[in-house]
Design a protein around this ligand. Structure first.
Ligand code: ZN
Length: 457
């Protein structure tokens, strides 16, 4: 029918017009079939229309699930373009930086240089699942900078300079804290009762530690005693950083109450303001040794001659000098670092952490509980060091501070100038913790004037 009509039309038209029509149809046909890389559904529809298949969009998708149309659709989708200068890597358990760098084709010298920059931070030799690396390469595909993502509130950027060495910058965001009230009844095992109330193993260990001087958990708690805990969790925006801390604990026997409240100085006191902490030793050594290099965030490094923070105090100890724990704690790291040498890290009560570098010999194991005054190591001269010494670091709230001048727990009551503020806070927190309907209330600790100690991982 169409053909007949076309034949008639052809006879009526001059030859030049006929040729033009043929040309136009040919061009139209080519345009319809011509592939367009960044096409959308619209082009796909016109393609289907050209084939004489008129369907709605929904039907299109049903139709094109199989066969050549699917292939067409795949072809029309733009391929994800890989940026050859940007690499990302998600840390899994057991990963080490040298193995990851090997995978990306970097030589061991790059690992060495970045580890040298990390000596005063020691963030790279304990990579943990959940951490992420983002590597930016230069035109020669060599490492230009690297970001270590630890959690939403903590990232570290290592940047290469003209000499090929790296320096680091910490990107920290304290975020905000949200507190939760947990309540329960203690019957039989404290651990199981606390678990039932929603406390984590970390919370329970912290509470055990808090009352270790005052309370025997097996003997002193009566059946049916009430447990009230205020715990805060840290967030940056909506994202949890995984950090949490105990703000307050009350254990109510029939006649006697045990309590602990976190003060703005990062230390715990009972409701009367008496310290719950044992005194912290100023020096991790049996006697005083000369300080050969003081704590200095803007020090010129004696070997590299570059400005790099000296996050600790160096004592001129002969190799083999016993190193003593300044307070109770748990050994969280036993490592051998190319620059820091053999080193130990101890997590003390609450927000305090200590590190001991360039050791000769370890006398404790990772995970071990240690007590104040215990020999934990013998000092030495391992790693990048100019001579035998002990490098001692004190971290409060996850920031290095001067061990010689910092505010360390002295087992004294709440200082006079903050007694009123502490009493107000205890009153407010006690009210919150007692609310009978509150099983898991969320409040903003800022309103409770809670500040200070964090128990960072
Ligand atoms: Zn040092």
């Amino acid at each position: 029918m169409i053909l007949n009509y076309y034949q008639q039309l052809r006879q009526q038209l001059p030859p030049i017009h006929q040729r033009m029509i043929v040309l136009c149809f040919s061009l139209l046909a080519i345009l319809l079939v011509w592939p367009q890389p960044r096409s959308t559904n619209l082009n796909l529809s016109s393609l289907l229309f050209a084939e004489g298949v008129m369907l709605s969009h929904r039907q299109n998708y049903l139709l094109i699930e199989d066969g050549w149309l699917t292939r067409w659709q795949q072809w029309l989708q733009p391929e994800p373009v890989e940026n050859p200068y940007l690499k990302t890597y998600a840390i899994t358990s057991g990963d080490s930086l040298s193995r990851i760098f090997q995978q990306f084709g970097f030589g061991y010298s790059v690992v060495q240089r970045i580890m040298a920059a990390d000596e005063s931070l020691l963030a790279l030799d304990v990579l943990q699942p959940g951490n992420r690396l983002t590597l930016q390469l230069d035109e020669q595909l060599q490492l230009h900078s690297m970001e270590l993502y630890i959690h939403a509130g903590k990232r570290i950027v290592y940047l290469r300079d003209e000499s090929g060495d790296f320096s680091y910058q910490e990107l920290l965001d304290d975020g905000h804290w949200q507190s939760t009230i947990l309540q329960g009844e203690i019957n039989g095992s404290f651990y199981l009762s606390a678990k039932q109330a929603g406390l984590t193993d970390f919370d329970i260990a912290s509470i055990n530690q808090l009352f270790r001087e005052r309370l025997n958990f097996q003997r002193d708690i009566q059946a049916g005693a009430a447990l009230q805990v205020m715990r805060s969790n840290n967030f940056v925006g909506e994202t949890s950083t995984g950090l949490s801390r105990i703000e307050g604990v009350r254990i109510l026997n029939r006649r006697q109450t045990f309590s602990a409240f976190l003060h703005s100085d990062g230390q715990f006191y009972d409701e009367k303001g008496d310290s719950l902490e044992r005194a912290f030793s100023r020096y991790p050594l049996q006697r005083r040794f000369e300080v050969s290099s003081a704590f200095n965030p803007r020090r010129l490094h004696p070997i590299t001659q570059r400005v790099s923070p000296h996050n600790g105090t160096d004592f001129r100890t002969p190799t083999g000098t016993p190193v003593l724990a300044p307070a109770d704690g748990v050994v969280t790291r036993i490592e051998n670092h190319p620059f820091a040498g053999k080193y130990i890290e101890i997590q003390h009560f609450g927000s305090i952490k200590t590190r001991y570098l360039h050791l000769d010999r370890f006398l404790v194991k990772r995970g071990q509980r240690i007590t104040r005054g215990q020999r934990i190591a013998l000092s030495g001269n391992t790693g990048r060091s100019t001579g035998p010494h002990l490098h001692y670091e004190l971290h409060i709230n996850n920031r290095p501070v001067n061990p010689i001048t910092a505010n360390i727990p002295l087992a004294r009551p709440v200082p006079d100038d903050s007694k009123t503020a502490f009493a107000d806070k205890v009153k407010l927190m006690t009210e919150h913790m007692q609310q009978p309907s509150t099983v898991s209330a969320v409040t903003n600790p800022a309103q409770l004037k809670v500040a200070g100690a964090l128990s960072r991982n």
